[in-house]
Design a protein around this ligand. Structure first.
Ligand code: NAD
Ligand code: DAU
Length: 345
């Protein structure tokens, strides 16, 4: 593959993927990104200009998408509204970008017969009980909980339908929770790290018992790169690195690494409809494509991530105040809604 279109390449995982491909191949990359609040062109800083080009634009713009898709060998589709908390307050952009945007791309790859890889999430499968030994597999039924995950589920089904109905050459991957550099400070791990670096207390939703299956973003990138080159068209691959931890454990590790007391955090109102546990069985990817994660020591990965946020204040500071202000407004909206519904809620 010589030329790849990466949608959402100024976002967290997209930018890390662009960096991965530049370091591990000869390919050149066109990034299309609308630069929403979550996109930051600085995440692509330092990459070779003759191999990485940023086109600012919206994936629901059919004319632009058609032009860009017509110039490449493959599309890797990361662009999305990605944050569950936001989807609970304003679902509209989630429907537009995640569903209409994916549809727009599918129509373009269909017209130009271009290879497509769709990036999705383990959240499409809903959640598992904390004490359930089961993990998600490629055959787990879809059962999304939030506006975010339901729009991602819808986009996955569109991709599957375009493969079957129109012969689009697509693969899909559903990955667990990523962490690493360039992640927006709204997300759990960078929010807590940057709170502590700013002398503010971390915020833990509810009891902190909810479990996420953490994977370093570079392991996600290497898996996607394998699937793009050697995956079987029409197939879904689950990506995970056996990294289950509850939120409280993750927060305590961050507090330890930053030299804070383990109880130096605020317990705040729980997320409505909060999924209990995600867990991925990535056996197929390991067996069929021989993929192996390289960063399975979460404490070591968190130490590296903390160092990155410490050294790159310039990258995250401009969005920190606005993000925390948004959380305050969301919390007030929850409280008003709860009061309006009365004590039986
Ligand atoms: P992110 O929010 O950091 O980045 C999303 C990017 O998409 C941003 O650069 C944003 O500007 C861009 N974008 C949004 N709407 C757009 C539009 N209409 N047109 C063009 N660009 C647009 O998200 P992320 O965490 O990097 O997630 C990337 C993808 O990976 C998403 O599809 C998400 O569902 C999926 N995913 C994320 C995780 C995770 O842990 N973060 C795990 C599994 C899957
Ligand atoms: O599982 C993959 C998904 O992981 C991706 O599809 C999403 O795009 C990505 O945002 C992520 O979703 P989560 O909702 O799991 O991630 P988030 O970082 O928002 O929260 C992780 C856990 O931490 C979750 O149980 C909620 C909790 N949390 C979150 C925040 C922001 C807190 O306890 N405190 C917080 O301040």
């Amino acid at each position: 593959m010589e030329r790849i279109l990466v949608t959402g390449g100024a976002g967290f995982i997209g930018a890390n993927f662009v960096r991965y491909v530049i370091a591990h191949s000869q390919a050149s990359i066109v990034v299309v990104d609308a630069l929403t609040y979550a996109g930051n062109p600085e995440s692509l800083r330092g990459l070779p200009a003759d191999r990485v080009q940023l086109r600012i634009g919206d994936i629901t713009d059919a004319t632009l998408v058609d032009e860009l898709v017509g110039e490449v060998d493959a599309v890797v589709h990361f662009a999305a509204e990605s944050h569950n908390d936001n989807s609970l307050h304003d679902p509209a952009p989630f429907l537009n970008t995640n569903i209409v945007g994916t549809y727009t791309l599918l129509e373009a790859v269909r017209r130009h017969d271009v290879r497509f890889h769709h990036i999705s999430t383990d959240e499409v499968y809903g959640d598992l009980e904390l004490d359930d030994p089961a993990r998600f597999t490629e055959t787990t039924p879809y059962n999304p909980s939030s506006p975010y995950s339901s729009t991602k589920a819808a986009s996955d089904l569109l991709v599957r339908a375009w493969v079957r109905s129109f012969g689009v050459r697509a693969t899909l991957s559903n990955c667990s929770n990523n962490y690493g550099p360039y992640q927006h400070v709204e997300k759990f791990i960078p929010r807590q790290i940057t709170n502590i670096l700013n002398g503010e207390r971390p915020k833990l939703y509810g009891s902190g018992a909810n479990v996420r299956d953490w994977i370093h973003v570079d392991d996600h990138s290497s898996a996607v790169w394998e699937i793009l080159q050697r995956g079987e068209v029409g197939r879904t691959y689950l990506i995970g690195a056996d990294g289950e931890k509850n939120n409280r454990e993750v927060l305590e590790t961050i507090l330890d690494l930053l030299g804070e007391d383990r109880d130096a955090f605020d317990s705040v109102a729980d997320r409505p409809g909060h999924d209990l546990r995600y867990a991925i069985d990535a056996g197929t990817l390991r067996k069929e494509l021989g993929w192996r994660p390289q960063h399975q020591d979460l404490a070591a990965g968190l130490a590296q991530t903390i160092a990155w946020y410490r050294e790159n204040r310039w990258w995250w500071e401009p969005s920190k105040r606005q993000t925390e202000d948004r959380y305050v407004l969301q919390e007030q909206a929850h409280q008003l809604a709860a009061a309006a519904e009365g004590p039986g809620r």
